[in-house]
Ligand binder design. Sequence first.
Ligand SMILES: Nc1ncnc2c1ncn2[C@@H]1O[C@H](COP(=O)(O)OP(=O)(O)OP(=O)(O)O)[C@@H](O)[C@H]1O
Length: 254
Amino acid sequence: MTAVLTADAVTKQFAKDDEAIVALREFDLDIEEGSFVTLLGRSGCGKSTLLNMLAGLTAPSTGRVRYRDRTLSGPDTSIGYLTQHDTLMPGRDVLRNVEMPLEIKGVPAAERRRVAAELIERVGLGGFEKHYPRELSGGMRRRASLARMLAGAPETLLMDEPFGALDAQLRTELQEELLRLWQGSGQTVVFVTHDIEEALLLGDRVVVLGKLGRILLDRKIGLSRPRSADESRVDPEFVALHRELSASLKGDAS
Ligand SMILES: Nc1ncnc2c1ncn2[C@@H]1O[C@H](COP(=O)(O)OP(=O)(O)OP(=O)(O)O)[C@@H](O)[C@H]1O
């Protein structure tokens, strides 16, 4: 396998009131180029800390993160990161936020407007182009952030629970849209979720994380695509995988 992103014996600890908090210990992971990997884990197991390191935003305490053949030492334009918190620019409306990565690349105004408008439509925000972030709901801001990340067409996409705050219908629509955009793109996606069904509907591979980022299960998912949520729920293979992932999450005792 050609690994595009690698965590190599990564440990991350934080200092808090003179005490060391270990978030991740001796963590190893290879992400294959062009794959869609979902990281599944309960709250506090170190998923966001891991993504921050995979994005080059936080340095590991020990160990290293490699992107292709280089050690990552800061943010990289090849890697798009949709964080859990809002990073839209408050002084820009939706259209100008989504255009930002294209602006940075020097794409001419008419072209970037066209690409941004299409993505805004795809994430279901058509009609809100002129709205400022403060005028949007939390879910709408997430969708605008998603469109902005996609506008940059990064080689690798890191996504931290992007659809967690959305209603079920919208969540399904955006999962499907994301898969449509990803398939055939050659892009690599690392998608964090705590939802077993979401992990299975999206991933080629699901990595289940336990405390301190311990890998509880690393499972290839051979389910055919497209995977509809309604049909999957009654598919015996899907149900068996769901059970397996659920058991591995529950088994994280130590
Ligand atoms: N900046 C920080 N300072 C101190 N402790 C931190 C910091 N960031 C994370 N931690 C700790 O590291 C651990 C892992 O946190 P992290 O946010 O990575 O978990 P998570 O799996 O993403 O959780 P959630 O699903 O709730 O977002 C937690 O115990 C958390 O308290």
